[in-house]
Design a protein around this ligand. Structure first.
Ligand SMILES: [Zn+2]
Length: 230
């Protein structure tokens, strides 16, 4: 019986509480309109740190045991870039820790120059981190644990020390006339002036070379118009 009495008591208390809530709601003036929403964040003020560590899992198939750099020495750099649609987008590059601040500064400069970039995704987005697929997709990327085709030597990409910029528009061309990617034939004509096509002394090229990076478009052979390394 005691439990039944206390249930009744509990009901009364609950009923009183409901009444007082209702009364409180009736006597409280309507809340003020919500404060104006804060303006959208301006480029470069994202709260997420632009430079972050990466794990082996983050790198997916772009890294494997035996690679010449440890994931501990790589960084993910989030950058804003101007898309070909005229809007600003955010992409990610995996680079050597020592070059990460440089990469932030370079891509900030490219954005201010309004140099358009098709997309910036880490190469593990593509099956087996396949560089050909990334290039055919005109994807700008950096780290990839791979060798220089036909040499058996590690590419600078395998150290996180190279970036390929708009690779479809800026192909690789060897002495024999072979080129990469396979769909880049229209862009072997380097007199083209399409947005994104790189030429000697372009401001976009100098965003790299003024910071001590080398451009593959300056090499005698092969020509690697997409490639910047440090
Ligand atoms: Zn490259």
């Amino acid at each position: 019986m005691a439990s039944a009495l206390s249930s009744v008591g509990a009901w009364r208390i609950a009923a009183l509480a409901v009444t007082s809530v209702v009364l409180a709601q009736c006597s409280t003036p309507p809340p003020p309109p919500p404060a104006a929403t804060s303006p959208p964040s301006v480029t470069g003020t994202s709260p997420t740190p632009a430079i972050q560590p990466v794990s082996t899992a983050d790198l997916g198939p772009s890294w494997h045991p035996g690679c010449p750099i440890d994931p501990h020495d790589l960084r993910r750099v989030d950058v804003d870039y101007l898309g070909f649609d005229g809007s600003t987008h955010r992409g990610a590059l995996i680079v050597n820790e020592e070059l990460a601040p440089d990469v932030v500064a370079i891509f900030d400069q490219l954005l201010h120059l309004r140099y358009p970039i098709a997309k910036i995704r880490t190469v593990d987005t593509y099956p087996n981190a396949d560089d050909e697929l990334s290039m055919e997709d005109n994807n700008t990327s950096a780290f990839n644990c791979r060798d220089i085709p036909g040499t058996g030597r590690w590419s600078q990409h395998a150290y996180g020390g190279a970036i390929d910029l708009n690779p479809l528009l800026n192909p690789y061309l060897d002495r024999a006339g072979a080129f990469q990617p396979d769909n880049a034939a229209p862009y072997l004509d380097r007199n083209r002036s399409d947005p994104g096509v790189l030429h000697t002394e372009d401001a976009a090229v100098r965003a790299f070379t003024d910071r001590g990076w080398r451009w593959g478009g300056d090499w005698r052979t092969p020509k690697d118009y997409q490639h910047f390394e440090r």
